[in-house]
Structures are given as structure tokens and as C-alpha cells.
Design a binder for this molecule. Sequence first.
Ligand code: MSS
Length: 380
Amino acid sequence: AQQAPTADQLVKGKNAKLIVLSQRPVVLETPYDLLVSQPERTPKEILYIRNNVDLAGYNTVEGASLEGWSIEVGGLLDKPFTLEAKELLNLPQSEVTMVLQCSGNGRSLYQPRTSGNPWGRGGVGNVTFRGVKLKDLLAAKGAKPTEKALFITAHASRQGGAAEFVRSVPIQALENALLALSMNGEPLPAVHGGPVRLVFPGFFGVNNVKWVQKIEFAEAENTTAEQMPRYRVPAIPNTHLPFLPQEPGGRYTYTFATSRPNWLVNVNSFIFAPLEGQTVEGPYVRVEGVAFNDGIVPIVSVELSADGGRTWFKAELEKTERSFGWIRWRRTLYLRSGAHEIMARAWDAAGRSQPLDGNLAWNERGYEWNGVMRVRFTVA
Ligand code: MSS
């Protein structure tokens, strides 16, 4: 049993079983068995929450009023403007199903322990956002970013004296950027950024700024703490090394030249069944789960191994088109009675996959874990 206050006491309408990682700011993790119980879409009642900065009065899954909410759009834009957020209701609406995943998801798997909230694997969900594409809004206003605009910087509301929360993403993110007004067919829950959230499909959670108040086109990344030194991994910029391996437990100096931000979601896969520690009927055991990447190219295979990686079997994929949402996979394996360990590894069309040893990416804040998942269970 959890200590009070429980998740439902912290955020109205949340499932009481969510794991409270922090009360202030509120950080709630979805227990793994609840996550896997909804493999299509993650409902608002169980979707994880990660706030760096709480917004007073917004701790509920109910929607928030658009009345009086305005958004400044400017910076390196030929025609800056201020938008009354309710104008968004009169513009063409678009929808995207995407993985919303904290870049700290899986952090507790890093050894030795890193700083930050000790997420298991429940800092993730698959949700459908609906709203107005930022590029459609710009077109409706007849506004264009100038040639110098290389980044989009979004600022959250500071109403009620909230501390600043600011993130920058590359200008290419404009293609799919969406000013979301709803989630899973209902008004966007206030705690998930309602009334308006700027979402960037394919980008890690941190970039999806809730309660968006100001959008700037910029020549450089913003320099507030959420952009530097936080939410970055050691890297050699402009190389295709995904991360620069560190001595686990060591210290690193994060600068724009020695690191890169947690932007594109890396390839990942989760085993949804069997669950760790379960006993299942054999010898035919159905193994299933989900896989995803940044949506730039499709996931082309998910492989399963029951012998520590010596041999791999291909799972059947739900779909082979590129997708910002997770895709489901399944495969029936023949397994003798006794103890087993299954591994799952996804590949995408660009040849990107997951490290067998996720700890290779160890970094002191524990970001971007995508090591191959292993599950131990017993066949009766
Ligand atoms: N936004 C704002 N405004 N604030 C804050 O704090 N956070 C981040 C995002 N956005 C924030 C924001 C993070 S960091 C994350 S993950 C996300 O969000 C989450 O979401 P939800 O809705 O689930 O809570 Mo990590 O990478």
C-alpha cells in the first residue's frame, strides 16, 4: 500500500495506483501492469505525469478553459502575432497518435544509480492528440519563419507565479508540430497541458510544452536550465554516434559542444506479455508487446530471443508504415516447462536498433534508456 497522499489525491481523476515519484512538482508513474492492460491507447486516468514546474490549479484530468488564454507567436517570424487560443477552434483540425515518453523513462535500470526521478518503464504512453498544426496556423496568419530561424522555442505559462519552463527543438519539427486541444477524443486534461499544449510527434516528452503561452522562432537553442545542462546526453555533435559512452558513475561537463538535447525518441520495444515473474501455460507461449521510434522511418522488425541472444525469431508486426505511435507485435514461441528469459529488440528501416547492454548509454542524469528488454518467467 502507498503512503498518502496517493495519486488520485494529488491529481483529481488519476488512478490511485499510479506510483508517486514526487508530490511537488507532481511526478506519477504508470505501474507496468496497468500500462500493458491498455495496449492500444493509454487512457488519461493512467497516463504518467512529469511536471518540472506545476501550474497552480491545473492538477486535474478535466479540461481547462480556453477563455482568456492567449499565445504570442514571434521571434524570427516575418509577421509576429498574438492569438486568442479559442480562435484555434475555427481552424482545420489535425490528429496524431504518438508515444509520449519521458526521456528519463527506464532511468532506474542504469547502474550505478543516476540522479533524477527513479522511473521504471512506466514513464510512457500512447495517446492521440487533436488540434491545429502550427504550420496551418502560420499559413492562416500569413506568417513565415525567416531564413535565420533554426529552432522553435516554446515557453509555458507563468501564471500564478510559476517558474519558467522553456524548450527548443529544431525547425524541422515544424512539419508535425501540433497545438493540441484534445487528447484521446476528450478535452486535453489540464494536468497534461490543457487548454493548449505544443506537441512535437517523434520527440521526447520534455519537448512537448504544456500550457503553451509563447512560441518563438530562434537562431539558437534557448539557454535556460531545461535546455542546458538538463535534458541532454554526452555526444559529439554532428556525428552519427547516438551518444558518447561514459565511465559509469563519472562526471561530465555539458556544453553545446559536448552534448546534444533529448530530442528524437530512440528505437525501443517493450514486452507486454508474459510479465516478469509470471507462470504461464506451455509449451506454446504467446509473447507480445509494442515497439516505436521517432516516426521518421518505419519499424521493420522486432526480434525475440529465448537463449540469451544466440538465436532470434521475428515477431509479426501490426503494421509496417512509419508511425509516431507505438506498433504492436506478437509471436508464439515453443518453450519447455521451466524458467525462461526472453529478450526483445526492435529495428527500424534506417538500421537503428537497441543496445544489448543498455548501460552503455550511462549518463549522470539517466536519460534515453533503450537497452534490450529482458523478462524472466516460468512455463508450467
Ligand atoms: N511542460 C511544462 N509546461 N512544464 C513541465 O514541467 N515537463 C515536461 C513536458 N512538458 C513539463 C512540460 C516533461 S520532462 C515531460 S516527460 C512531459 O511534459 C510529461 O508530460 P505529461 O503530460 O505525461 O505529464 Mo521528461 O522528458
